[in-house]
Design a binder for this molecule. Structure first.
Ligand SMILES: [Zn+2]
Length: 289
């Protein structure tokens, strides 16, 4: 029980109410499953067409055409990355961390998909390999690659410490997007959104339900691999928290670069086609239907 709770006496049937079994909010059995065998077969003979180094405490953008793959690779040392994705050419269609969490759970791995914002709500990318898949959930309930955190940002830092820090992931992503698209910082900032926390090890404490982080288990050579379902613009920040074992809004932590690799297959995966935008009519009942 949360320590601040308990002011109100339990009703007589409290135990019965607590004992109700949960149901999964969004059973994903209704979703078309990605054909991972076909995706993996498409790697045969692929070629690396781009490489982007993300410097420590900075972010960088990259593009991945629909039907290609990209990898986020750990190099030099344990380092966490904050990932944003947009539909190339349309910043309004962006990664929807919250719905991805509702569909796939708090942490993502092979076979999970990164869904786009409303009204698009379609897979932007599918995870096709995760070298940290072995980690599972640890004794604290921690796991890797979460969609429960948001991204470290200077506003929360200001709230909690009163200080100014300019290399939080939010600012890094803002600078990178502005630079890539030739936009003013103020124009780019609203396009920055909640991230996939690549390689970050996180969970919620069992006693207070608070968001926690711990040193990432990632090591150089580890990677997370994605298949681009649509044309993507990505931005990745090498978090100032480094391996996120202590803090993440300062220059204190040891930080390392991250590598993004883009691979083009000889042919798209067998049977694959670009997912269409969500088919909902968008009438929202306005016509009385
Ligand atoms: Zn960060």
């Amino acid at each position: 029980m949360k320590p601040e709770h308990g002011e109100v006496a339990e009703p007589p049937d409290a135990a019965a109410r607590r004992s109700v079994a949960p149901v999964i909010c969004y059973p994903v059995s209704g979703l078309p499953a990605p054909d991972l065998d076909a995706y993996r077969a498409a790697r045969e003979g692929w070629s690396k067409v781009d490489e982007v180094i993300v410097p420590p405490r900075e972010a960088a953008c990259f593009e991945v055409p629909a039907g290609s793959f990209f990898r986020i690779v750990s190099v030099e040392g344990s380092q966490v990355g904050d990932l944003n994705l947009w539909a190339a050419g349309d910043l309004t269609e962006r990664f929807f961390s919250g719905k991805t969490r509702a569909l796939h759970g708090t942490h993502l791995s092979t076979g999970d998909r990164l869904w786009s914002s409303l009204p698009y709500l379609r897979p932007m990318a599918t995870i096709t390999h995760d070298t940290l898949d072995w980690y599972g959930f640890d004794a604290w309930g921690g796991s890797v690659h979460d969609v429960i955190g948001t991204r470290c940002d200077p506003y929360t830092h200001r709230l909690l410490s009163g200080g100014e820090y300019h290399h939080c992931c939010h600012s890094n992503l803002t600078r990178a997007l502005a630079g890539r698209l030739g936009m003013a910082l103020e124009a780019a900032e609203p396009a920055i959104h909640d991230v996939l926390n690549v390689f970050m090890c996180t969970g919620f404490t069992r006693d207070t339900g608070q968001y926690f982080m711990k040193a990432s288990p990632v090591r150089p050579g580890d990677f997370l691999e994605f298949f681009a379902e649509i044309d993507l613009l990505g931005a990745l920040s090498a978090c100032p928290g480094g391996d996120c074992s202590s803090e993440h809004s300062s220059d204190e932590a040891v930080c390392h670069p991250l590598l993004v690799e883009v691979y083009r297959p000889l042919a798209p995966p067998r049977g694959w086609s670009e997912p269409p935008r969500n088919g909902y009519s968008r009438r929202h009942g306005a016509d009385g239907a």
